[in-house]
Design a protein around this ligand. Structure first.
Ligand code: ATP
Length: 317
């Protein structure tokens, strides 16, 4: 772990201990206050606090909203105060044991990851940083669509807590009214049938103002669409829907999940540009191929299949 992450974690842990008992952390050290500010704390004079309405993770609150049909599926729900990356921690765990049904969450990540090693911002107490271990009785070739399946699950979870206009951006982003509210990072830890996967989900729940300071893409936040505390309820709904859709994929394959994904597609019939290290492809987004590839109709009328990996989709300006 980077030295700066170790220092940040010490400061964040200290602040957490104080705010759990007295709501704010009084601190005279400017360097510490700067770290806390960077991770989303409100700083007023020498006091750091989480701001109005922040809801800390609570296993009991989460359990209340977990679906009865998960009975026997979940093995362990672990809530960390502070870690580098919940996906990394769960991957590490997978070296010792099966992680099927294991869930790891954190109030804050100091090194949250997106695709291609890009940074995923996770301010303290105001996002969902959730990693879930899932075993799927399929070969690795059949789960290349998994981040799309998880996208459907995340969208359904957001709809179930009252967000109306949720859309998906191929391959792994979740949008509300065009702003990025969440990202998905699925990582294979056992590549032979039955595969085992770490499903990582990041969702903004009260953190957009902090994130907008460092991210140049439009950002959305669940708290702008739902009244009252929603973080623990959303965690439970994410778990409910991800497990349900993974079981559905296992039993029925990708076909009807593909249809659902296309209903939620933010860019369907829009002119887009796809950038990869080797090329730029312009054309109209016309849906998904049978394995989750993005289909692009280019100017010459031909259809191109874009595979996942090191590619990025943007609307053509
Ligand atoms: P794209 O496909 O748009 O090029 P991506 O899907 O590869 O991006 P990810 O790897 O999923 O992006 O996520 C990392 C990127 O998301 C960062 O580079 C940053 O622009 C943006 N980002 C990071 N944290 C957040 C957050 N909490 N909310 C919204 N956007 C974020």
């Amino acid at each position: 772990m980077a030295h700066s992450d170790v220092i940040a974690q010490e400061v964040l842990m200290k602040a957490y201990t104080k705010i759990s008992s007295s709501k704010s952390y009084v601190c005279q050290d400017e360097r510490e206050l700067n770290i806390l500010k960077r991770f989303g704390f409100e700083i007023i004079g020498d006091r750091a606090n989480l701001g109005e309405g922040a809801e800390l993770l609570d296993a009991d609150q989460i359990s209340i909203h977990l679906s009865d049909d998960l009975e026997g599926t979940l093995r362990n729900i672990e809530i960390l105060t502070c870690t580098d990356s919940t996906n990394d921690r769960l991957q590490e765990r997978s070296k010792e044991m099966s992680i099927d049904g294991h869930i790891m969450m954190a109030e804050v990540q100091t090194a949250g990851r997106g695709r291609r090693g890009r940074k995923w911002e996770t301010p303290f107490g105001k996002t969902v940083a959730l990693s879930l271990g899932v075993s799927i009785d399929m070969p690795a070739s059949a789960v290349s669509c998994l981040s799309l399946v998880v996208g459907v699950a995340v969208a359904e979870a957001l709809l179930s807590v009252g967000v109306a206009d949720v859309r998906l951006k191929w391959p792994n982003d979740v949008l509300i009214e065009g702003g990025k509210v969440g990202g998905i990072l699925t990582e294979l830890v056992v590549a032979t049938k039955p595969v085992e996967v770490v499903v990582g989900i990041g969702i903004n729940v009260g953190s957009a103002s902090t994130i907008r300071q460092v991210v140049d893409y439009p950002v959305a936040d669940v708290c702008d669409y739902v009244e009252g505390p929603v973080r623990n309820r959303l965690v439970a709904e994410l778990i409910n829907h991800v497990v349900r859709q993974c079981r559905y994929l296992e039993a029925n394959g990708f076909a009807s999940l593909r249809e659902r994904w296309m209903q939620l597609d933010a860019f369907r019939s829009r002119e887009v540009v796809i950038t990869s290290p080797n090329e730029r492809v312009h054309g109209k987004a016309v849906g998904l191929g049978s394995n989750g590839e993005l289909l692009i109709q280019t100017e010459d009328g031909k259809r191109r299949k874009i595979l996942g990996g090191d590619v990025s989709l943007r609307e053509l300006a």
